[in-house]
Design a protein around this ligand. Structure first.
Ligand code: SF4
Length: 299
């Protein structure tokens, strides 16, 4: 009989953009021998070093909230803000405390779900200064609290509830979902793509954050001058759809541990990086110890 304690722990950190242990990810595996592009080879190596997964199944509005909270800060700082927000606004009783009876009177009843409030309805009626205080650990809390209330109001106006918004994200064509989300204040391409990936479970979506943007230009896989959208286009064209999700999360881990912004591992030891043989080191100069953004590297 197998003992659960003997199962290997999930290698992805609990505190991560994917939602950690409640993120709805599923471990999977791929054959690295079949990689057809350099970008795919990089993702395969990251998969061997960190994890190989598919994502999807997160509640779409909760995912939107998590991604807005994570903007311009680390997951370590945004996770406590997320937890505090859910604690305060994510339960029926707390919703009644925070918003009063008027919330339901204006928007109609929310689906019964074991004491959980409809988070969009609760946040649409949240008091801004109280929400700002609740999420203060995430930084930029005034701005983010306004964005969250605006996004919640938008979800309530357009869809009626977080549950209906979730259906939209899961069922509609990805391009339609993306374009619709991009019209919401505070939602940029990375946030829209994270919702498509972690909630919609859409393959072929490779969100580009600051680590992904830096690393694939450094490697010479994307042009040095490429903006976030251009890097995304390269990766989504060159990495098979099923590998894009963990390609995103594992690249972030690689950017934190190895190819960091100021001190990539190869600066001191060329052997220290598992990508050394397939990396162009654009803007990285081990001879002098200098590092510049690839866009500023002389051509
Ligand atoms: S060789 Fe250097 S620049 Fe290239 S991926 Fe590795 S650490 Fe980053």
């Amino acid at each position: 009989m197998s003992d659960e304690s003997e199962q290997p722990a999930d290698p992805e950190p609990d505190v991560n953009i994917s939602g950690g242990t409640t993120g709805g990810d599923v471990a999977t595996s791929f054959d690295p021998a079949t990689a057809e592009t350099r970008a795919e080879r990089v993702v395969d190596r990251l998969g061997e070093r960190y994890w190989q997964k598919t994502y999807g199944g997160q509640d779409a509005f909760t995912c939107l909230v998590r991604t807005i909270l994570s903007q311009n800060t680390s997951d370590k700082a945004s996770q406590p803000a997320h937890d505090a927000l859910i604690e305060r606004y994510g339960h029926s009783s707390s919703r009644a405390d925070e918003t009063g009876a008027s919330a339901e009177a204006e928007t109609g009843p929310t689906p019964a779900n074991d004491g959980e409030a409809d988070l969009a309805v609760a946040l649409a009626h949240a008091e801004q200064s109280q929400l700002a205080e609740t999420i203060s650990s995430a930084g930029l809390y005034n701005q983010k609290s306004e964005m969250l209330i605006g996004a919640a109001e938008w979800v309530c106006d357009e869809f009626g509830s977080a549950a209906e918004f979730d259906r939209f994200v899961t069922d509609e064509a990805p391009d339609t979902v993306r374009e619709t989300l991009l019209d919401v204040r505070g939602v940029g391409p990375k946030t829209a793509d994270c919702v498509l990936l972690f909630a919609g479970g859409r393959g072929g979506v490779f969100p580009v954050d600051t680590h992904v943007h830096r690393i694939y230009r450094r490697m010479g896989i994307a042009p040095a001058e490429a903006d976030h959208e251009e890097v995304r286009a390269v990766l989504e064209a060159e990495v098979p759809a099923a590998k894009c999700g963990f390609g995103h999360t594992a690249t972030i881990q690689f950017g934190r541990e190895c190819c960091t912004a100021r001190k990539p591992a190869c600066l001191e030891d060329p052997e220290a990086c598992p990508m050394a043989d397939i990396c162009d080191q654009v803007g990285v100069y081990p001879e002098t110890g200098e590092v510049v953004d690839p866009a500023d590297a002389p051509t």
